[in-house]
Design a binder for this molecule. Sequence first.
Ligand code: ADP
Length: 386
Amino acid sequence: MPDPIDIQLDLEALAGLELFLSGALAPDPHFRLEGHPALEPGARVLLRDPNNVRLAEFTVERVDGGAALGPVALIEPPRHADFAAFRPAPAAVRERLVAMGAVRVAALAASGFLTVDDEAPLRDADAAVLHIVEGGPVDHFPRVRAAQIVAERYLDPARVILNVLPPLRTAWRDRVLRNYGATCIAEPAETGAYRPEVAALAASFLPPPSERGFCVWFTGLPSSGKSTIADRLALELREAGRRVTMLDGDVVRMHLSKGLGFSREDRDTNIRRIGWVASEIVRHHGIVITAAVSPYAASRDDARRMVGDAGFVLVYVSTPAEICEQRDVKGFYARARAGQLTGFTGVDDPYEPPPNADLVIETAGTTPESAAAAVWRLLRNRGYVS
Ligand code: ADP
């Protein structure tokens, strides 16, 4: 038998494996691995964590919509040095709920600090499972601490089970929560005051919006105006005394992504790299502006997930294709039309317009200054700038 193929899982795939192994994704009979289009049925894969620890062997049984599916044989469960006591398996949680005699079980998956408004649905049920989801704008350490305090001092601690979940895809949430015993799922409250102990933690770990990091992610066809508007915005932020990192598509390809081409896979890799760097900058409360074509919805969504929804502003520069081609700032449209360049977005490679842009800018008939002003208004509405 040939040696298995080695795959190092990223954090999201690792979360998927961990949830699958724990039973949180039941009744899925198979592990599902996305983002590896070369995998074919019959392939044996050695799954490694981001630090290359061997976790499981995965046998691809079938391929479906870009994902490889099949059984996994565990080698070593993913390790967590933090909060081991708060990572029970779903079956163990359900057993505890049965032992409590709980019929109505509320669940909340929290990505932020709990507010007073989050408490009511947890208090109203026979028992509650409070899930602290890793990832997002605030580290999970202070959020677990805050949840412990809320459970102990403001809820009935004998009726609340705390659980730390790996970064959770929205599509998985309800199933995972039900597998952990929920009969009703509460939505995180959008507003509401913090308990004083939580407010103190939030104050030191979650600065006010005007001191928080964020990412403005420009997307659009080549020559649509991304770099021009991004440069203008960066200038204005710098003039206002803020520090800005600019990740321009062409510049990134000179160093961070040097050597990558324009195949779908290389483009995805390029965007994920930019997304990863952006997420690190935002995590450390910095401002980052990206201006890469980023033509595919899936990799833009990955970037949004990496950075965290709260700190991510997607700006679609929606200049019509004909105008972009007339502008042809770098002369690439002409070369693509002449057949000297293949796989050029807008000519012979697709651009998927974002359905989920936070702002759409029509540059035909406007100036870069007024386009940048529209972005500024959005940032001001979110409290990021004054
Ligand atoms: P991209 O980064 O999207 O490839 P560029 O910013 O390099 O595009 O080029 C856009 C071109 O369009 C520039 O020459 C710019 O002067 C011109 N342009 C005209 N109107 C606008 C506008 N409202 N916003 C941005 N660019 C504009």
